[in-house]
Design a protein around this ligand. Structure first.
Ligand SMILES: *Cc1c(COP(=O)(O)O)cnc(C)c1O
Length: 518
């Protein structure tokens, strides 16, 4: 059987010999087409059935609505089906391997969910009197203790809402420390070329100027170039370790010593902590602040780009400047330090990141994960994640160009480039064809230091069988791209939508539905 190459809807309903015919509905088996709710609902239908009221009249006066509200109505079953159909067009970690490099898309254990749903945790209110939520505060305190211990740092701010928010928190602490020292004139933050886009964005947002530090040919920070740039205008560096080329920055201690000697601070992007948890303590490498993405290392769910929780650990030097609130253990239980207080050791805190104390649901999940693994289990997480990534790297290095394969073993992720694909073929063609194979694509075109980068992070929970299936799919697609198989240029062929104009969608998103007929 040949495959109809035209995507979801065949161009002609009459299938040619051997082609797959169009369906009456546009659906393909369990892949259901779904229109916008505005196209299927109307103001005559509703999911609720109220009797006509005998209200005397509107009390809104001039403000009462004159035109129909224009919201589409559907019956309850229609509503449920609409959203369920849409939800089935999502890829999810519960469906299959999610190879997004740098994102650490790991399995979310069901035990985490069970614990987070205990009413004592799920129903707490941020304004509840402290003596009624001692158990919740103890969870925050215990998790904080684990995070500080695993990273070898002094303190942790639990309130930041995501990795990027944690970066801002760390940089604001660095800023406060410099100002306290009377060195607010240090305005430059050095960021390696391979950094995640959030790093320079954070530094710029906090009022610093950003300067790039080049990478060496083996994919690591150019230590000599970095040291040469240090000076009285440099506030600090932001370094990801392991880095986004999937390599351990072996010189980080040496770099930290040089940065400290020059009067600056070291921010470590800890998004890739999963590769070293239980094996390496960033505090031992001279790090002053580092965010931990609970959704990357500690198995809390991702969603919409990493919401929820990005605690930041601090060195002794930055601890006085950390944001409030803090949970502290007292003789009788736990208390919340909410305000700067001259008598307290939080007098120099730079302020707050958020209104309340952080994301209780994520704290409960992360602590559950940590306690169910224990210290030895966490170490094994890192070892297995690295083993799986190296299996992917070595299985595909003879099919795809692997620019750092000779730099030694990789850490948690394997990186490939588009070098060697047929003329006119690039990473996007490989990624789109992977969708037809039933996989979410890997991270593409990042980090920028690798041309046409394909960054694959399998995580530790994938079995060898699952890895072999993914490797087989990627190898098959890569071989087609090397042979110049033109059908790749229009892939995916089996997805509800094929090649969208992603640039237009990002730059000029249409966010409001307009009735074309009206
Ligand atoms: C994911 C990631 C971030 C940002 O984290 P969010 O939680 O998504 O805000 C920063 N740096 C690196 C290297 C990352 O992978």
């Amino acid at each position: 059987m040949t495959i109809n190459q035209s995507g979801w809807k065949p161009t002609s309903p009459e299938a040619k010999d051997g082609e797959v015919p169009a369906t009456f509905t546009g659906n393909r088996a369990l892949m259901l087409e779904e229109k916008l709710i505005f196209e299927i609902g109307d103001d005559k239908t509703t999911g609720v059935d109220f009797a006509e009221g005998d209200v005397a009249g509107s009390r809104l006066g001039d403000l009462s609505r004159k035109d129909p509200i224009g919201l589409p109505g559907l019956s309850e079953p229609e509503t449920v089906r609409h959203y369920t159909r849409l939800s089935r067009q999502n890829y999810a970690i519960d469906l299959g391997l999610f190879p997004l490099g740098s994102c650490t898309m790991k399995h979310n254990p069901r035990l985490n969910e069970k614990m987070a749903r205990l009413p004592g945790f799920s129903d707490v209110h941020p304004l509840a009197p402290v003596d009624t939520v001692q158990g919740a505060l103890e969870v925050i305190h215990q998790l904080a203790h684990w995070l500080v211990t695993l990273t070898g740092m002094t303190s942790v701010a639990m309130s930041p809402k995501a990795g990027a928010h944690g970066e801002l928190c760390g940089i604001l602490a660095i800023k406060a420390a410099l100002e306290k020292r009377g060195e607010g004139h240090r305005k430059v933050i050095l960021v390696p070329e391979s950094a995640h886009g959030t790093n320079p964005a954070t530094a710029a947002f906090a009022g610093f100027s950003v300067e790039d530090i080049p990478a060496t040919a083996d994919g690591r920070v150019d230590t000599a170039a970095l040291k040469a740039r240090l000076g009285p205008d440099v506030a600090g560096v932001m370094i990801t370790n392991p880095n986004t080329c999937g390599l351990f920055e072996r010189d980080l201690k040496d770099i930290s010593d040089a940065v400290h000697a020059a009067g600056g601070y070291v921010y470590c992007d800890g998004a890739n902590f999963n590769a070293i948890v239980g094996r390496v303590r960033p505090g031992d490498l001279g790090v002053d602040a580092m965010h931990i993405n609970l959704h990357k290392t500690f198995s809390t769910p991702h969603g919409g780009g990493g919401p929820g929780s990005g605690p930041v650990v601090f060195s002794e030097a930055l601890t006085p400047f950390a944001p409030l609130p803090f949970v502290e253990k007292t003789g009788e239980g736990f208390r919340l330090v909410e305000e700067e207080n001259a008598d307290d050791h939080h007098a120099d805190s730079f302020g707050r990141m958020v209104a309340f104390h952080g994301q209780m649901g994520m704290f409960t999940r992360a602590l559950t994960y940590i306690l169910s693994h224990g210290a030895d289990g966490l170490r094994q997480v890192a070892e297995d994640a690295v083993l799986n990534a190296n299996y992917v790297l070595r299985s595909l290095e003879n099919t795809l160009d692997a620019p750092f394969a000779k730099s030694g073993p990789c850490m948690h992720e394997a990186i490939f480039s588009d070098e060697g694909l047929a003329e006119g073929f690039s990473t996007i063609d490989v990624a789109k064809a992977l969708i037809d194979e039933g996989f979410h694509p890997m991270t593409m075109y990042f980090p920028l230091v690798v041309h046409g980068a394909m960054l694959v992070e399998p995580t530790e929970t994938e079995s060898k069988a699952a890895l072999d299936q993914f490797i087989g799919a990627l190898r098959s697609v890569a071989e087609r791209a090397k042979a110049g198989d033109a059908s790749l240029k229009t892939a995916p062929h089996f997805a509800p939508r094929a090649r969208l104009d992603e640039t237009l969608a990002a730059r000029k998103p249409v966010l409001v539905w307009k009735d074309k007929a009206a």
